[in-house]
Design a protein around this ligand. Structure first.
Ligand SMILES: Cc1cc2nc3c(=O)[nH]c(=O)nc-3n(C[C@H](O)[C@H](O)[C@H](O)COP(=O)(O)OP(=O)(O)OC[C@H]3O[C@@H](n4cnc5c(N)ncnc54)[C@H](O)[C@@H]3O)c2cc1C
Ligand code: SF4
Length: 322
């Protein structure tokens, strides 16, 4: 049985208190929300905080006010109570894992989720038997041994949607407050996958008004429940009548960040959504989609599925517009 290591658990009631506790704990302190990612990771010694600071007792982080959503809102809440939010948010939240994990797991935890890899998401003894890897305790990347970087995969279902719809994240840290577009919150690096500093707290997510646009999210996984995405496709379209005024196609599960595909946007923008336009956008997304051999399924099949899933996602948006 995997056991949690000993740690100190703190439960601040205000943001200022949480920031102070993190400053006191230094690099050995970490924030936790639902704990559905952090605690299993601690059991496998991926993260080893001596002090864990819960954000769940801070009332303002659990509030949702129309298009401003607190990070401690659970995935279940997002999925079952849309409350004026764009429907795609609830749809993506409903595709995360299982009902039990969605009851505990939060929006903030999902957007800050650790990257994943078959050589990393293993117990300590397993990882030790291969002399670990670059992401934690080791020197080499077993997926690409000559690579200077880690290729662990962004595996959040909601993050690609936030990038696609152009959401913004408000962060508060010891240096003050800043608002970043969702796309700039993520790095294509399996180790440094967030631009957020460890002592910054994601305090709310600002969604765009549902005004003249529509978006969908499609997920590929082995089982219909439980499994992380091995491919996620989020598509956002701003309409001008029946024509596409602007678009974003974002892939999850194929890189260390939600990967926006500018070539797919170029194939869609300014055009009616004909079969040819959709095929061109799917082809444009297929080419830069480069899954690595470090999650489920054969990687060349996952790459092929990019074309299929992008086609299906855009066709769904077209059918809704008719
Ligand atoms: C079996 C299993 C299956 C899963 N399947 C999926 C899946 O299909 N899709 C998917 O997307 N996820 C999946 N997950 C991962 C996870 O359950 C969800 O992503 C969940 O939303 C994480 O939220 P949490 O509140 O539990 O995060 P936590 O574990 O509490 O935190 C995760 C990380 O985010 C940081 N963090 C949390 N909130 C904040 C904040 N407000 N500010 C700053 N940092 C913060 C924490 O410090 C930690 O580093 C799965 C997990 C398990 C165990
Ligand atoms: S991609 Fe390489 S360095 Fe990163 S977790 Fe996997 S094996 Fe480790």
């Amino acid at each position: 049985m995997l056991r949690l290591p000993m740690f100190r658990y703190l439960q601040p009631r205000t943001l200022a208190e949480a920031l102070r506790m993190k400053s006191d704990a230094g690099p050995e302190g970490m924030f936790v929300a639902g704990g559905t990612d952090l605690y299993p990771n601690m059991k496998r010694r991926h993260q080893e905080p001596r002090t864990v600071i819960s954000l769940m007792g801070i009332p303002e982080l659990g509030r949702s006010d129309g298009l401003t959503v607190g990070p401690c809102v659970t995935l279940t809440e997002l999925a079952v109570r849309p409350s004026g939010r764009p429907a795609v948010i609830g749809k993506a939240a409903a595709l995360v894992s299982t009902p039990l994990l969605r009851n505990m797991g939060t929006l903030g935890g999902n957007l800050c989720l650790d990257t994943r890899c078959n050589y990393y998401n293993q117990g300590y003894e397993w990882r030790k038997s291969i002399d670990f890897c670059m992401k934690k305790d080791g020197k080499i990347c077993w997926v690409a041994p000559s690579s200077p970087r880690c290729w662990a995969v962004s595996s959040s279902d909601v993050a690609p949607v936030m990038v696609a719809i152009g959401a913004e994240y408000r962060l508060v840290g010891p240096q003050g407050e800043r608002v970043v577009p969702a796309a700039r919150f993520y790095h294509n690096d399996g180790i440094n996958y967030l631009t957020k500093q460890p002592d910054e707290i994601l305090v709310d997510v600002r969604l765009p008004a549902p005004d003249g646009w529509d978006a969908v999210y499609h997920k590929l996984r082995r089982r219909g429940s439980f499994d992380f995405p091995v491919l996620g496709v989020a598509v956002w379209i701003e309409w001008n009548g029946k024509n596409v005024a602007d678009a974003r196609v974002v892939l999850g599960g194929v890189a260390s960040y939600p990967q926006e595909i500018p070539e797919a946007k170029a194939a869609l923008a300014g055009r009616p959504l004909s079969d040819e336009t959709i095929a061109a956008a799917a082809e444009a997304a297929y080419r830069p989609s480069k899954p690595m051999d470090n999650t489920d399924f054969d990687l060349s099949w996952r790459k092929q599925m990019t074309r299929v899933y992008v086609t299906r996602a855009i066709e769904e948006l077209r059918a809704r517009r008719r």
